[in-house]
Design a protein around this ligand. Structure first.
Ligand SMILES: [Zn+2]
Ligand SMILES: [Zn+2]
Length: 223
């Protein structure tokens, strides 16, 4: 699903669709902008991908590993793909560790008989597995932080720059989409409770409700 799904190309929409019911844009609600590359109107949080040559709603990044953009439609599948990949690698790293260390010791000290080909297979696959596990833990940890703070990778960089500018002015920069950990989590994984664990099974879990054209903001909840 992370590879095959359309990441979220914005539909044609009238600019007024993004205005709130009383006809006014909220305190922070950004007005829809025209993309200067594909010339289409792009909703807030959408960005143009130069690889896909289209705008993508809530674009996170273009991922070369899945050869697809990561956007509003496939972000939760991308996160789950990383999670299950890490679990698969951990499973093999733990179960294969005895075999791996047996392959390292001299043949006369081995308790398991291993042929030369077996040693090559075991050592290579174990090393690949532990390397992928470590890399996915770093990337997955970063994306866990992004999910819980309701940021995309692109927004993480713009928010960091915004925070530095605000600090110089003696102000505090706030991410306008950060609704608290629980709501932020449900924005990505749908209205499922964390400890229900249905969000781990994308065909069973309730789907996210966001249409990609407008996003709940902190200012909506204050009102
Ligand atoms: Zn564009
Ligand atoms: Zn892309």
């Amino acid at each position: 699903m992370a590879v095959c799904l359309n990441p979220g190309v914005p539909p044609e929409f009238p600019g007024e669709a993004l205005e709130s019911k009383d006809g006014e844009l909220g305190d922070y609600a950004p007005a829809p902008k025209q993309c200067h590359k594909c010339l289409k109107l792009k909703p807030p949080r959408a960005h143009h991908c130069s690889v896909c040559k289209t705008c993508v709603m809530k674009m996170d990044h273009h991922c070369p590993w899945i050869n697809n953009c990561v956007g509003i439609n496939n972000y939760r599948y991308f996160c789950l793909f990383m999670f299950f990949l890490a679990m698969g690698c951990l499973y093999y790293t733990v179960l294969g560790s005895r075999l791996f260390f047996q392959a390292l010791v001299p043949a006369r000290k081995r308790t398991i008989k291993l042929k030369f080909e077996d040693i090559q297979c075991v050592t290579l696959s174990w090393l690949v597995s532990i390397c992928i596990f470590c890399a996915i833990c770093l990337l997955g940890g970063f994306h866990l932080y992004l999910v819980l703070t309701n940021q995309t990778t692109i927004e993480f960089h713009t928010n960091m720059a915004g925070r530095q500018i605000a600090r110089k002015r003696g102000e505090i920069h706030r991410n306008p989409y950060d609704l608290g950990m629980s709501r932020n989590f449900q924005q990505v994984f749908g209205p499922n409770t964390f400890f229900g664990f249905r969000w781990l099974l994308p065909y069973v879990a309730r789907r996210p409700t966001c249409n990609g054209l407008e996003y709940p903001m902190v200012s909506d909840f204050r009102a």
